[in-house]
Design a protein around this ligand. Structure first.
Ligand SMILES: [Zn+2]
Length: 708
């Protein structure tokens, strides 16, 4: 053996012995590098084309929940996720859905010689007839009860409590009438409920040009506004999940089925209702007599003047529902984490649409699929998340958050112990301008992430710059409403969550006109907003899945609770009520938040200074305390609205399902007390204050990790 060959063999021996160690010690590229790659892989035009292509395919046919077309869209979603090399599976449930079997609305009045049968039909966009138009579900209200209502018409503005109180003050008799109310301020289920309380026999809810149109611009397809025949379809169910399985999962019948009970009290409407178009409403409003409505109640329909009634117009409404136990399907993809596979960051969007659903919800679905493609690129370069990531595509959201709720109910305890956060995108894009709602410990990370993404409408600034200029007050809203699939996560289990979108309200909401053409012409012509939505949503998930120390800040929570408590206290409150227990608990939470933020700094320094295994446990403990603190805001007894709503800080209030107020229990108790004539109900307000205070104290203990 020569000297050279001896050296060679020594080197090859050394390599053979040391290589396994070398690969063990060789650090993978920092995860931050992959996060930059995630953002840069959105370079145009690639992503714009992929996302618009997904949207066109997703919205090719009307796909209401439970329909064959909805099942085909589920296949498309699962095929795209699998082709991105993500392990994909479906979970199905058998749930109660309702479909319209018969609808009629006739108007008679002394001015009309014969009763007029209103068409109740949305006209197809001229020049763009859909080859699948026979799949369009006739306009209806999901879960409206079957029945007939005949009575004089009464105009009730937005159908809010205050609108019915105003009618009562004016002596307008709503009893046994058919109420005509306009969409725009409160959840349609609450409009029906308020009308029922006022004694009405039935309700029609219409879309006024004042709220969804423009006097001068015309309408879709020429402009973005709702055409006169457009109807906002939707649910009047005031709950979450399958109404026949309140609190538990609607297991498939073929898998043995499950217990079925009636819906919780007050969750479903008591009187029949129908949504109608501006065109149909104008015909009715012309025939309503009685006093002229207040100026603020006037819309922009072609009516000489808006009057209150009752009558002389008489409406005869008949609605027959077909109720059926229907199979729905949620689609999931799971990317298993390497260091903490038992911790989950969950992204979710629903798939089912009232008709084509290009804005609601498939702008979100297309965005989720775009994220899956970018994650595939990262994985090909060697990225693996620290924690597990689940991508969820829900079914039957439109009926009442059903797909997500059934899954959350089925997996409640696993989610309680293992879910880091739930990131919801329902509508991803309806127009320009970013908006967000979140539980407050996520405020900071949301701001940081939007600072890293370019504003899709002005490349010289970030989404964050545009957002703070938008005038949103507060900048980040809260998740008390029942508006989308975040509700079961936050309000039933106490999982930190985010809900976000570009554009906010849009005129063709829940109508046949929410289609690909509307999106391409008005919602997002270049699909840049979709790409930015994918960047924000994806980067948020990456930070939550990859950051060694969770990017949660509970100081924002304490600050937020302090101002919400002040707001409540500033209302009309009896002087026997004390807010001191609430303020004291918030102070405890603030102290724990300051303390854990210090511990986070320390853990971060310790981590960078020495890579020893002994660091793992304290960091895990630190993260678990931050993950679990949100759960402490939940209470087994739940809220006024029902025991399913367990979160005492964020939940819907009794009078408004869209409501996003904090402390709904205290708020509802105050409402009741104000309307009562004795002091007793104020004791109940005090009780609700104590309950919230106890929950906040529990959260402060979870955060500090100490026993008393
Ligand atoms: Zn939606």
């Amino acid at each position: 053996m020569t000297k050279v060959s001896r050296w060679k063999s020594f080197i090859s021996l050394a390599v053979a012995v040391l290589l396994p160690f070398a690969t063990t010690f060789l650090p993978a590229p920092p995860r931050n590098d992959f996060h930059s790659l995630f953002l840069s892989s959105a370079a145009p035009p690639a992503s714009n084309t992929t996302v618009s292509d997904h949207l066109r395919r997703l919205t090719a046919r009307p796909h209401v929940s439970g329909s064959p077309a909805d099942a085909l869209v589920a296949r498309y979603v699962s095929d795209v996720l699998s082709s991105a090399a993500l392990p994909t599976h479906s979970v199905r449930y058998d749930v109660l859905l309702t479909f319209p079997s018969f609808r009629s609305l006739t108007l008679s009045s002394p001015e009309l010689r014969l009763p007029v049968a209103l068409p109740l039909t949305q006209l197809h966009v001229p020049g763009h007839p859909s080859p699948f138009s026979d799949e369009v579900v006739p306009t209806f209200h999901a879960y409206a009860p079957s029945g007939s209502a005949v009575g004089p018409a009464v105009y009730a503005n937005y159908g809010r409590r205050e609108d019915f109180s105003a009618l009562a003050r004016l002596g307008i008799n709503v009893s046994r009438s058919v109420v005509v109310a306009r969409y725009g301020k409160i959840h349609r289920g609450d409009i029906v409920k308020n009308a029922h309380h006022a004694g009405a026999a039935g309700v029609v809810i219409y879309t006024d040009t004042a709220d969804y149109g423009s006097e001068s611009d015309g309408w879709f397809p020429e402009s973005r506004w709702m055409p006169p025949s457009g109807v906002q379809v939707g649910t009047v169910y005031n709950g979450a999940g399958d109404p026949t399985t309140p609190g538990w999962a609607s297991t498939l019948e073929m898998a043995g089925g499950c217990e079925r009970a009636g819906p919780p009290e007050g969750a479903v409407a008591d009187i029949p209702s129908l949504p109608i178009s501006a065109a149909d409403a104008a015909i009715i409003l012309k025939e309503i007599g009685g006093p002229v409505a207040d100026e603020a109640w006037h819309g922009l329909l072609d009516v000489p003047v808006y009057r209150l009634g009752p009558g002389p117009a008489v409406l005869n409404l008949t609605y027959i529902a077909k109720e059926s136990i229907t199979t729905i399907e949620n689609v999931f993809a799971l990317i298993r984490g390497t260091e903490e596979p038992d911790r989950y960051v969950i992204l979710g969007n629903h798939r089912d649409a009232w008709t084509y659903g290009a804005v609601d919800p498939n702008s979100g679905t297309a965005t989720l699929l775009e994220i899956s493609g970018r994650l595939e690129k990262l994985m090909k370069r060697g990225w693996k998340p620290r924690r597990s990531i689940i991508l969820c595509n829900w079914d039957a959201e439109e009926y009442g958050l059903i797909g997500s709720t059934e899954w959350v109910e089925e997996n409640r305890e696993v989610l309680r112990s293992k879910a880091i956060a739930y990131l919801n995108v329902d509508i991803a894009v309806a127009g320009p301008g970013f908006h967000a709602y979140a539980t407050p410990q996520l405020d900071d990370i949301l701001k940081q992430v939007t600072q890293q993404v370019e504003d899709p409408d002005n490349s010289s600034r970030t989404v964050y710059d545009a957002w703070i200029d938008s005038g949103d007050t507060p900048l980040i809203g809260r998740l008390g409403g029942g508006g989308s699939d975040y509700a079961p996560f936050v309000q039933h289990v106490g999982v930190p969550a985010v809900d976000m979108f570009f554009g906010g309200g849009y005129p063709v909401y829940h109508s046949i006109y929410d289609d690909y053409q509307w999106m391409e012409k008005f919602g997002d012509p270049m699909f840049r907003r979709h790409v930015a939505a994918a960047s924000i949503w994806g980067l948020l998930a990456l930070r939550l899945a990859d950051d060694k120390i969770l990017p949660f800040n509970y100081l924002s929570y304490a600050t937020e609770l302090q101002s919400s408590a002040k707001e409540l206290e500033a209302g009309e409150i009896d002087k026997s009520v004390s807010f001191v227990p609430l303020y004291e608990s918030i102070e405890k939470l603030r102290k724990s938040a300051v303390e854990i933020n210090k511990q986070k700094e320390f853990a971060r320094d310790a981590w960078f200074s020495k890579w020893t295994k002994t660091q793992t446990l304290p960091v895990r403990d630190l993260n678990d305390r931050m993950m679990m603190a949100e759960r402490a805001f939940t209470d087994a007894d739940g809220l006024f609205k029902g025991p399913w709503y367990k979160h005492l800080i964020y939940g819907p209030s009794k009078q408004d399902d869209y409501g996003s107020k904090s402390f709904p229990g205290i708020d509802d108790a105050i409402e009741e007390a104000k309307n009562a004539n004795s002091l007793d109900p104020w004791k109940h307000v005090q009780h609700e204050i104590w309950r919230a205070a106890r929950a906040i104290t529990q959260a402060s203990l979870v955060l500090s990790g100490e026993f008393t």
